[in-house]
Write a protein of this length. Structure first.
Lengths: 172, 826, 283
């Protein structure tokens, strides 16, 4: 067993883990962070994407012990004070999800992408999320959502952005 | 402009964002693998690495001693050697169906078949112990090629069946009296100098549904009802079939499909692993959980397509089609899946498509091989049919020197000819192929692109342009139960719904359809809001749990809206009838004088009225209600459709081909679909986009490849190449509407349209780009290598064979072959 | 899937890492970025008994200028290389090729040293290191040695790194002012290179004065296309001259055959892509 001390979604944890434990399994099984999902075993699908010290990573290709001392943000930690992250809002608004299984990873990668490139064109979004597979949407609405979120997140855009409450859906 | 205020705005047609998103975008929901009751034990299935072999020994001793292992079991250990998984579709009375065991008994019939199962405290311990189970095999000859499999002297997959042919199913329009004899049509065309006969062979490669959520099941035996959570499209069918398979009384079973991460037909089965969780949970008295890995999923979850199609079309030289003959070989894999044998048969009625073929015959032979079994995959039979007919129409156009769209126009059913009974005897209620086509061609700039194509050809441009056409229809809304009965299908095609009017005015709607991404909660809420005149937000859609929704036939075949949605309408009509009676009583009026509109029951010619919510409360209180009614507005309905619905559309693809490398680039894609009434345009657009991506992926990217030993060689997501966002363009999609007359909403279904239509549009475009170079065919997927070879062949340059049976260095884990890991990692 | 059990050590210095490596013997495996290794462990294609994580050694990470060289620590992630001003100015080809590796998430974790030491012939960066005559610094208990890229790549997944040795840094000569291009051809955006060509050229007065060409996935190691280089030098940077030179691209290759590309198609691609890469680099 090895010890891992890690901050996940703002909470400090100290746990003993088997060295072979993948970060995603640690998050899901030991911390109950089941919002982060596993879709493959070769680091292709990106469903498990989380932020590790502020950068997107595939948590199935990081050992939990490698995250020792790090800060991890998952899909469960991006809404603040009951308000959804603009990327979450945009995924709802642009119908960027169907079954929802790729969605947590897709949203986490989109947030990372917008951190690097706050105003990506269509091509840049497509390249930026190439490590996340979706089988339902054909990606078009995901691309729209990421670009839509970029507009919401522009400095000064917050005043115009709808001050949506924490519950998505049901809007026309 | 309306000058009087409408009390309500209709919900149907509104682009509502989805209700179900809130729990999905926050990570709050729980898919099956996130459900772990306390004390859960985990299983790992030990799978055969060989396609065909006799099991000569199973040594469990090391595994049984491994830490955390509760037990290691073969079929014999569990007493389930005689148990067989169900096939619900005996397509012929003499169909050959082998027993499909929960775990292989004496012989393994495909690589990936389970032989033993380990139960352990954790997933990791189960997996560690699985590696310690020693199984000895005597290899047998694999059976891989369908034509060889049905040739005399072939190795038999199941010797006890004495053949590799499961069944041959024939539909002959001449014999059925729905059309002419195709044999006569071909003979006549061959004898007629003014006719042509065009024959082609098309290959429908094997695909893997590849839903994003791996399959998973959790069985908890602790209550009076055994609870089975499963990542399934078919919780109701799974419950009934668990009873059929294991003998557990249906009333002792509760099946829950929580949020399910995609299915596309791939989660329509009854799985050996699901049954193992039930058997083991009963045996051990503990919750048992199984979640497959992605590589297990690609290997062992059912595959789709895999047909050899021999197509003959006859036509007059003026372009009028006179006959269509279809011969299929369909690969069942090693066993028959739940509806696997019927999948090609669903295509039987769609090869004639939108065209007025006077003569038609369909013959399909289902064949056993030592590969993973095949079953439904998005479109199930209809994409295969649409591909063949749309490809052969292009070939006919070339033969006759005609524009391919013009030839289609000449032969399709004109809008004024609806309703039209086709050569297979189906009656298409509505459609307008001209309207969809005109709009699509205008958006696409068909004429402009044809001019550009001409220029590029003339200039010998290294990048050539092709235009691909697909004018498709499909039969949706599976299905009229009597039709299913005539096809010997083992169930009906109805759907159930219930509406509960709660005391506080909220509405619970229970549907037997079970969504896994389609947006039922939103679309059904819109329907109910309009039907009952209640706010959209006040409607709750409940589904996917047999305790809540006891009756249903689940979700597949574009049926949820067309059948399940109509069941809800029927239940709403009953609610309104009850409410009207109660309103008349409370308002002291005659029931005949009560009018219902926008949620208000009013007495004609007065301002007296009651809102539906008030009536729900009155029914709850039950202080005052008519003698001849029960104090409840709640209602149930079961809807059995009388006909299929027939969405159609025109799909156009502009394909650029780099003739130097063979690279195919989809430059532009336009489609106009007629799906009848649109309930929610946002959801419809999403369904079309996703369907297109899957159909395009068949044309360009995906194929399950086996080597000569019957091993799946691209069994991970690194080499079973699903397209990413960077591999696809934006699609230009639109809808037109000729409402269906077969149901009160006028809906037709949209779940499969994109997938069915797009594959031939792409391949026709690829070949159109190369036709002037002498290329006549490129097999799917149209990879750069295949395209390059087709160009070289057309030039007369000899090239190597395209090896599909080799693992791809550089496309797998880099160059590491999972089947033969000789590589080192530093 | 879950890897087999292993022990884990995270040394804080190269010396400690070497000690751990020597102690671990044949069963020890170095963990750099882990983006190839961890999937391989998950599929249980490898089951080392000890994993030595280099992630705790600060000295292995970073990019610096050292006279005529740009020196990149073996544990420097792709993400940092792509964005580094020194790399962009002096070793632009490396930045261009690195930007095509896998996807964003993988580029956050994967490292240059890990990629080169893994020595997958389909990996993109070997051809760059070879073409640009990078030097690889390898540390052991007895000190450091430097190996040229030419000598570093030995065979399929095999490098000059010996037992008890660790790749610590990669030294690239400066190619300031050279034109460069990495032309990658793959089945899908996410897939590994079916074939790719790394090119740096120096063009003076419309004439190619120097050229470096490396090929990805055309043999058991990355391959230097010396025939193309020789044919380019002294030629005008014109399409015709470049295409003629590119015909030499298959010299010395041993293209593999697989489902994506049989050898003849790969050879054809190598020529076409070489022409395109040189044109782009010279343009």
């Amino acid at each position: 067993m090895a010890q891992v001390r890690v901050t996940v979604d703002g909470v400090n944890y100290a746990d003993d883990v088997e060295p072979r434990t993948l970060l995603v399994h640690y998050l899901r099984e030991q911390l109950g962070k089941t919002g982060t999902l596993v879709g493959c075993d070769t680091s292709n699908c990106g469903a498990c994407t989380v932020h590790l010290n502020g950068q997107s990573v595939k948590s199935c290709s990081v050992l939990a012990v490698q995250a020792d001392g790090a800060e991890v943000t998952t899909i469960e930690g991006i809404a603040r004070d009951g308000k959804l992250h603009p990327v979450q809002e945009a995924f709802n608004e642009f119908h960027a999800l169907q079954c929802g299984y790729c969605t947590p990873g897709m949203i986490m990668q989109a947030i990372d992408l917008l951190g690097d490139n706050p105003d990506p064109d269509e091509h840049e979004v497509r390249e930026g999320i190439e490590g996340n597979l979706c089988r339902c949407t054909g990606y078009q609405n995901i691309v729209r959502a990421v670009q839509g979120a970029a507009q919401k997140m522009k400095p000064g855009a917050t005043a115009d952005a709808p001050a949506t409450a924490s519950v998505a859906g049901g809007g026309s | 402009m309306t000058t009087t205020a409408d009390p309500t705005t209709l919900e149907i047609g509104k682009a509502r964002t989805r209700k179900e998103d809130a729990r999905l975008i926050t990570g709050r929901t729980k898919y099956t693998d996130s459900i772990t009751p306390h004390g859960t034990l985990h299983i790992s299935v030990v799978r055969s690495p060989l396609a065909h072999a006799t099991i000569t020994g199973v040594d469990k001793s090391a595994a049984e001693q491994a830490p955390g292992v509760i037990g290691v079991y073969t079929a014999a250990d569990l007493g389930v050697e005689a148990v067989g998984l169900p096939c619900a579709w005996p397509i012929t009375p003499d169909q050959k169906a082998p027993q499909r065991p929960l775990l292989a008994v004496k012989t393994v019939h495909f690589a990936g078949e389970g032989v033993a199962v380990v139960v352990a405290r954790t997933v990791a311990e189960a997996r560690d112990a699985a590696d310690l189970v020693e199984i000895d095999y005597d290899p047998l000859e694999p059976v891989l090629d369908m034509e060889a499999a049905i040739a005399p002297g072939a190795t038999l997959v199941h010797p006890e069946l004495e053949t590799n042919e499961s069944a041959t199913w024939v539909f002959d329009a001449g014999a059925a009296g729905t059309g002419g004899s195709v044999d006569e049509a071909i003979a006549a065309a061959e004898a007629d100098a003014d006719s042509v006969v065009v024959k082609r062979r098309f290959i429908q490669q094997r695909l893997i549904p590849a839903f994003m959520e791996p399959r998973s099941a959790v069985c908890d035996p602790s209550g009076e009802q055994i609870t089975l959570w499963a990542a399934t499209q078919v919780p109701h069918i799974l419950r009934t079939m668990t009873t059929v398979t294991l003998g557990v009384p249906e009333s002792k079973l509760r099946v829950i499909a929580p949020d399910v991460g995609g299915g596309f037909g791939g989660k329509i089965g009854v799985l050996p692993e699901e049954m193992l969780t039930v058997v083991l949970a009963q045996k051990l008295g503990k919750p048992i959980k199984w979640t497959e890995t992605r590589s297990e999923s690609l290997l062992a979850a059912h595959h789709g397509r895999d047909q050899i199609q021999d197509i003959t079309i006859t036509a007059k030289k003026d372009g009028t089609v006179t006959g269509l003959d279809v011969h299929l070989l369909a690969d069942m894999g090693a066993y028959l899946g739940l509806v696997g044998p019927g999948v090609p048969i669903l295509g039987a009625f769609m090869f004639n498509a939108i065209y007025k073929f006077p003569a038609y015959k369909f013959t399909c032979t289902n064949v056993f091989t030592t590969k993973t079994l095949t079953d439904a995959y998005r479109g199930a039979g209809r994409p295969e049919a649409t591909f063949a007919v749309e490809r052969i129409m292009d070939e006919l156009a070339v033969e006759l020197g005609r524009d391919p769209m013009e030839l289609r126009q000449q032969n399709w059913i004109k809008h004024e000819e609806f309703p039209f009974t086709t050569v297979v005897g189906l009656t298409y209620d509505t459609g307008n192929y001209e309207q969809a086509t005109d709009q699509a061609m205008e958006t696409f700039d068909y004429a402009g692109l044809r001019r550009e194509q001409e220029e590029r050809r003339k200039n010998n441009d290294p990048v050539q342009l092709g235009i691909g056409i697909s004018t498709f229809t499909e039969m949706c809304g599976l299905a009229p139960s009597r039709v299913l009965g005539s096809l010997a299908y083992g169930a009906g095609g109805w759907e159930a719904a219930s509406i509960r009017m709660l005391a506080t005015g909220k509405v619970e709607v229970i549907t037997g359809a079970s969504a896994h991404g389609q947006g039922h909660e939103t679309a059904f809420s819109q329907i109910v809001a309009d039907q009952l005149g209640v706010p959209f937000e006040d409607v709750e859609i409940l589904h996917g749990d047999t305790q809540i929704s006891p009756k249903g036939l689940d979700t597949y075949g574009s049926r949820s809206l067309v059948v399940g949605g109509i069941a809800i309408v029927k239940a709403a009509e009953k609610v309104i009838a009850k409410a009207k009676k109660l309103a008349a009583h409370l308002l002291e009026a005659s029931e005949d004088d009560i009018e219902f509109s926008g949620g208000q029951f009013t007495v004609r010619g007065t301002d007296k009225g009651k809102a539906i919510q008030e009536l729900a409360f009155a029914a709850f209180m039950a202080h005052d209600y008519p003698e001849d009614m029960e104090p409840s507005l709640d209602s149930d309905a079961v809807f059995d459709p009388e006909n299929f619905s027939y969405p159609h559309g025109t799909h156009l693809a502009a394909i650029e081909i780099d003739t130097e490398t063979g690279h195919v680039d989809l430059r532009k894609y336009v489609c106009v679909d007629d799906i009848g009434t649109v309930i929610n345009p946002l959801i419809v657009e999403g369904q079309v986009h996703g369907g297109l991506a899957q159909g395009i992926a068949q044309a360009l990217f995906e194929e399950a490849n086996y080597d000569d030993q019957g091993t799946l060689v691209n069994g991970t997501f690194v080499d079973y190449t699903l397209p990413s966002a960077a591999d696809l363009p934006n699609f230009d999609t639109a809808t037109v509407s000729t409402p269906a007359t077969s149901n009160p909403l006028g809906v037709k279904g949209v779940g499969e349209a994109g997938t069915i239509a797009s594959t031939p549009a792409i391949v026709n475009g690829v070949i159109d780009a190369l036709r002037h170079l002498g290329v006549t065919n490129v097999e799917m997927p149209c990879t750069s290598q295949r395209v390059w070879r087709a160009i070289q062949d057309a030039k007369g340059n000899a090239t190597q064979e395209t090896p599909i049976a080799t693992h791809s260095p550089g496309a797998g884990l880099g160059s590491i072959d999972p089947n033969n890991p000789q590589g080192e990692t530093e | 899937m879950i890897p087999s059990k292993f022990d884990y050590v995270k040394p804080a210095s190269v010396a400690d890492a070497i000690t751990a490596l020597v102690q671990g013997g044949d069963d020890a495996k170095i963990l750099a970025g882990g983006q190839s290794l961890i999937p391989v462990l998950r599929l249980r294609l490898a089951a080392p008994s000890v994993i030595i994580d280099l992630g705790g050694i600060a000295e292995l990470r970073g990019i610096r200028e050292d006279g005529d060289h740009i020196v990149i620590g073996a544990m420097t992630p792709y993400h940092d290389i792509i964005r580094d001003d020194l790399v962009k100015e002096h070793v632009a080809l490396l930045a261009q090729a690195t930007a095509t590796v896998a996807d964003n998430q993988v580029r956050h974790r994967g490292t240059l040293g890990g990629s080169l030491a893994h020595a997958d012939p389909a990996g993109d960066l070997g051809a760059v290191a070879l073409a640009l005559e990078a030097e690889l610094v390898i540390a052991s208990a007895t000190g450091n040695r430097t190996v040229t890229a030419k000598d570093f790549f030995v065979d399929y997944f095999t490098t000059a790194i010996g037992e008890g040795e660790i790749l610590t840094e990669i030294r690239f000569p400066k190619f300031t002012g050279w034109g460069s291009h990495y032309e990658k051809f793959n089945r899908t955006a996410q897939a590994w290179s079916m074939c790719a060509v790394a090119v740096a050229v120096k063009v003076s007065g419309g004439t190619i004065s120097e050229a470096r060409v490396g090929l990805t996935n055309m043999g058991t190691t990355p391959i230097r296309a010396t025939g193309v280089e020789a044919a380019l030098v002294g030629q005008p940077a014109s399409a015709d001259a470049i295409r003629a030179a590119a015909e030499h691209a298959t010299e010395g290759t041993a293209a593999p055959s697989d489902a994506d590309a049989a050898a003849d198609y790969r050879e054809h691609l190598a020529k076409v892509l070489t022409g395109r890469a040189v044109l782009a680099a010279a343009g």
